[in-house]
Write a protein that binds this ligand. Sequence first.
Ligand code: 5AD
Length: 353
Amino acid sequence: MKEQLKDGLSRIKQGEEPDKETLKMLVAGNDEEINGTLISMADETRRKYYGNKVYMRGLIEFSNFCKRNCKYCGIRGKNSKAERYRLNKDEIIGCCANGYDMGYRTFVLQGGEDSYYSDEIMVDIISSIKGAFQDVVVTLSIGEKSEKTYRSYYEAGADRYLIRHETASPSLYDAVHENMHLKSRLECLYSLKRIGYQIGAGFMVGLPGQTDDDLAHDLLLLMKMQPHMVGIGPFIPHADTPFRDFPKGDVDKTVRMIALSRLMVPKALIPATTALGTADAFGRERGLMAGANVVMPNLSPMEDRSKYMLYDNKLCMGEESAECTATIRDKIESAGYELDMSRGDHIDWRKKQ
Ligand code: 5AD
């Protein structure tokens, strides 16, 4: 068994697609020695491509209005208890200016699917940011749109787009969303890639009903897609959602999924996510040790931060806060990494330019 897993790991490292049974066992992680080998191989792979750098992104959660009803998410449209807010262009630019002064060069504009932001309004926001600041990257994370809309954002200057596939199992996808389908989600990812964005896929670990087989599928999908970025976090329940009574996802398994993603999408930019930091006091550090190389401190206006509650107790202060950039730097540097505030593009991307 051990031999099968060791052999599986070295095959993955050479870029071969693993057989599903081996992959499922690696996901399950019942062998501590193999788990350790996996983590150190992931760390080695990250170092091979990105050295000891940890890239910083400034996260601006600019609206928590959402027309979707994902059963896990605290800002789902049907959650009447959520206190809603949205930022206008000037407020968003204000957040960017604040971040720019602190050294941030990537701004991640994340929001619910809020139809207030027409294509015209988004295009204006994107081009204003690109016009106001030199050499900055705009990453969008605002859900499913038509290819035409994605193209208009791109032409306005958007560079990257995050849209997690959430789960690669079509039946689980249907069960945890309302009126949404995996196929459309994947079409969004492929159309973003075609347009020229650096794309970010990813998934949650520990969704109600999710099996190790489903997680193996998530990894195989990532391997096939080779996105530029991969976001992975544990599911965490939110009290005002249908999934309120389900347990949070397993942190060790989430860390293994990060490590396996590093091996299967070796050049990806992988964040140590807020959900991982929320689920475990050392979550972020553990993510970095397992192959993650991005952190995304929060640049949203202080008074709105607690309203962007995707799950209970979501961290948004302290070390999740861009105001604490100096502390974040100290912590990350004392763990042996080098904080990098530059654009932090995917390595193949840089070569093309
Ligand atoms: N627990 C963990 N992650 C969540 N997300 C949304 N709701 C939750 C939750 N309850 C994640 C989704 C989404 C990202 C912005 O946040 O994966 O894509």
